[in-house]
Design a protein around this ligand. Structure first.
Ligand code: GLU
Length: 475
């Protein structure tokens, strides 16, 4: 087979949303899997709705997701000469014609067709008039009037359209701008696109595009229409399902590889594997495994995948992405990864679902004063904890080092002296050091915080207990 060339042609009328990102991913992955090429094209002929900010937002989102392109970005707004050339060719070959019917006439035709129980379509008034350009004329495609147009869809199978149900659609508007179906075909032909994977909201455009390919004597690309993504209530995905701009997930602390993994699984599968690295996706991605039924957007699944990707990441990989979350909280302003922060990320990443949560979980390390969670303090910072806390403090003061093994021995000694179980000692210490009842392993935490901070914090907890009013100190 020739080199596979796929494309992603977003209209820059807003942010890149999850549906569009999935389409981009499918095309990108297929190109990468096949060692082909991936083209980026900005479909900005709708000048009223297209904005530079949207173009930038789309680049930003693609960059963040790690979707790179081999050709482009092309801008349709800068290719009008090419479209004009193809238009002239079509008119010269009698495949297209000028139409001077007014909007009122068209409206009249529609009404008539509908009254006769037919689909509204252009009645061919100007089809054989052989008009040459006159002022503000539109140009219509001379569509085949009988027979069928068939899409051999790699995902949906064969889809047939009766040509007499399609009409002589406009390819160039009277305002001087070409229409979507026409420019897409000219672009896809001139850019050598041979594989078109897009949302099935475009299925009804495809027969028109196929007819244009035939009229232009060009080979058809492979078409595949992917079912739309649905919300959990099985209606089309929208904002109320949490479907947002792709980059909103970055702000919420998602890793791009987790979102990529999640989006690709919305409509594509490889056995029952759920977790994929980017490398695996490229290795396994083929069109055969795109499903016929719509993927359902499940936020919990995305969150679980994100946790798994964070767990599988190294501190070196996570730190640059975590940095903005730390900075925003005033927790750490370092630009490079220090050994302490590396260790901190290592012990926290298995227990953080998002980078935001990971940043929150680092507070105990960076902040000097520990805020006790009310419930944790009530339960564990009580007079009964004074003895173990003070014993631990004394032990730690005299330890030769803060290796986990040494710390374990020290706690064992406190257990023996006090006759208390490990939990009764470790929990108050944990609250003293982190403010919470849940944290990484207590020895890891102590080793990480170091001697003087640990002792200061235990001392602060002892003072806190002693300050509590009498009524709360009942054992
Ligand atoms: N600009 C169109 C869109 O964003 C592209 C459709 C296509 O893939 O042909 O929906």
């Amino acid at each position: 087979m020739n080199t596979v060339i796929t494309r992603f042609p977003p209209s820059p009328t807003g942010h890149l949303h999850v549906g569009g990102a999935r389409t981009a991913l499918f095309n990108w992955l297929y190109a990468r899997h096949m060692h082909g090429r991936f083209v980026l094209r900005i479909e900005d002929t709708d000048t009223a709705r297209s904005t530079d900010e949207s173009v930038q937002a789309i680049f930003d989102a693609l960059n963040w997701l790690g979707i790179d392109w081999d050709d482009g970005p092309y801008y349709q707004s800068r290719r009008l000469d090419i479209y004009r050339e193809y238009l002239d060719k079509m008119i010269a070959a009698d495949k297209a014609y000028y139409c001077t019917c007014s909007p009122e006439q068209i409206d009249e035709m529609r009404k008539k067709a509908m009254a006769a129980g037919e689909k509204p379509k252009y009645d061919g008034t100007c089809r054989n008039k052989g008009l040459s350009v006159t002022g503000h004329a539109a140009v219509r495609f001379k569509a085949p009037q009988s027979g069928t147009t068939v899409i051999n869809d790699v995902i949906k199978g064969e889809i047939s359209f009766q040509n007499d149900e399609l009409d002589d659609f406009i390819i160039w508007r009277s305002d001087g701008m070409p229409t979507y179906n026409f420019v897409v075909v000219v672009d896809d032909i001139t850019m050598g696109i041979n594989t078109v994977i897009r949302g099935d909201d475009h299925v009804n455009n495809t027969p028109k595009q196929i007819q244009l390919y035939h009229a232009l004597g060009a080979d058809l690309p492979v078409f595949g229409h992917v079912p739309m993504v649905l919300g959990q209530d099985r209606t089309r995905l929208s904002k109320r399902h949490g479907a947002m701009a792709v980059t909103a997930y970055r702000e919420m602390g998602y890793l791009p590889e987790a979102l990529v993994n999640f989006l690709v699984r919305l409509g594509w599968s490889h056995g029952d594997q759920e977790f994929f690295t980017r490398k695996e996706l490229i290795e396994y991605f083929t069109l055969e495994n795109i499903g016929k039924s719509p993927g359902v957007f499940n936020q919990e699944k995305l969150l679980a995948l994100n946790a798994e990707h964070i767990r599988n990441s190294t501190p070196q990989h996570l730190f640059p992405q975590l940095r903005p979350f730390l900075k925003a909280r005033g927790l750490n302003g370092d630009d490079t990864l220090t050994p302490e922060t590396e260790k901190l990320i290592e012990i926290l990443s298995p227990r953080s679902k998002t980078l935001e949560e990971l940043a929150e979980n680092t507070r105990f390390f960076y902040e000097d004063t520990i805020q006790y969670e009310a419930k944790a303090a009530r339960k564990f910072l009580k007079p009964v904890a004074l003895e173990p806390l003070e014993l631990v403090c004394r032990q730690l003061e005299s330890l030769p080092d803060f290796e986990e093994k040494t710390l374990e021995d020290a706690f064992r000694a406190v257990m023996e002296t006090s006759g208390l179980k490990l939990g009764k000692i470790a929990q108050p210490v944990r609250v003293a050091l982190t403010g919470k009842t849940v944290s990484p392993g207590i020895f890891e935490v102590i080793a990480l915080i170091g001697r003087s901070k640990t002792i200061n914090r235990i001392q602060a907890a002892v003072d806190f207990i002693k300050r509590q009013p009498e009524k709360d100190t009942v054992r």
